[in-house]
Design a protein around this ligand. Structure first.
Ligand code: NAD
Ligand code: FES
Length: 276
């Protein structure tokens, strides 16, 4: 069992958890994730590790309560326990001196974008993080992004914080100013697709962190398969970061919708999918 050391809400429906997981904390690198099971009967869900403290043996996760299991995980109290935290899994993000990197986080996808942005800043890049959210209340990790030394641009759909609109507005402005050498994006699939289209004509190298359905997280079940450049890849072992200009976003969106009805029914019945 893994102890939950601290849990607190950070946005509507979004919870930050500190978990004692010394082995994960020791080996984790930005971009890697864990597979979590809340209890012995629950489904396995992938979550990007937002931060790790190897000395203390803690990791930080941020979870959005969108289904039965994510809601259960959000409800584990400080001092509670969860059954499994397996990882770190996946390939770390590429951290090199690229120049000026625009890191785009859409909503809760900012939890994926932040550790990579911080590592890129630490590697000597100039990093501009664009955080997109529905409202000011949905913006997460703004203080942490500034504390890491990154420039921060917030875009909210209702204009309650930062500029009004979607993340692609500020990204287009950076590209028009010709100051972006590389783009990295994590968030909803329509956002990652829009970012890819924004950078395609200028051939700006662009990576996206994909979030397909995962089961084992080790390349055995095929659940996370996604077509990239015409080849079948497993996001859990070949990714989760891929060249955005080569990703088949239609296929990814289709696969991610496969279990929507089951998830909705599980949520309504307050039972895990596996039990139905
Ligand atoms: P959301 O739907 O509120 O969108 C957040 C922001 O993304 C928007 O405010 C906007 O700026 C941008 N965006 C969305 N659609 C866009 C479009 N078509 N064009 C341009 N910009 C667009 O996000 P949310 O509810 O906080 O996030 C939930 C989504 O993020 C889920 O779909 C979840 O699966 C996904 N997610 C992805 C990852 C990952 O690794 N890529 C990790 C966690 C969550
Ligand atoms: Fe099973 Fe990737 S999650 S192969």
């Amino acid at each position: 069992m893994f102890s939950v050391l601290d849990t607190r809400p950070v946005a509507p429906g979004v919870t930050r958890l500190e978990i004692a997981a010394p082995r994960v904390a020791r080996f984790w690198k930005p971009g890697q994730f864990v597979i979590v099971r809340v209890d012995g009967e629950g489904e396995r869900i992938p979550l990007t590790v937002v931060d790790a403290d190897p000395a203390a043996g803690h990791i930080t996760l941020i979870v959005q309560a969108v289904g039965y299991t994510t809601r259960r995980l959000s409800q584990v109290p400080t001092g509670g326990e969860i059954a499994d935290v397996v990882g770190p899994l996946g390939r770390p993000s590429e951290i090199e001196a690229f120049g000026h990197v625009a890191v785009v986080g859409g909503g809760v996808g900012t939890a994926v974008a932040f550790p990579t942005a911080r590592a890129l800043q630490g590697a000597g890049n100039r990093v501009t993080v664009i955080v997109g959210a529905r409202t000011a209340a949905h913006v997460i990790l703004a203080d942490e992004i500034r504390d890491a030394g990154c420039d921060l641009i917030v875009a909210t759909e209702d204009g309650s914080a930062g500029v009004k609109g979607l993340v692609t507005g500020p990204l287009e402005e950076l590209i028009e100013a010709d100051i972006v050498d590389r783009v990295i994006a994590a968030g909803p699939i329509p956002m990652m697709r829009a970012v890819a289209e924004t950078t395609r004509s200028g051939a700006i190298p662009t990576m996206v962190s994909l979030n397909p359905i995962m089961v084992d997280g080790t390349g055995m079940c095929g659940g996370c398969r996604v077509r990239v450049g015409g080849e079948m890849k497993f996001a859990c072992v070949d990714g989760p970061d891929f060249d955005a200009h080569l990703v088949d976003f239609d296929g990814l969106a289709r696969r991610n919708r496969t279990y929507l009805e089951f998830e909705r029914a599980a949520l309504e019945a307050d039972m895990p999918m596996a039990a139905r």
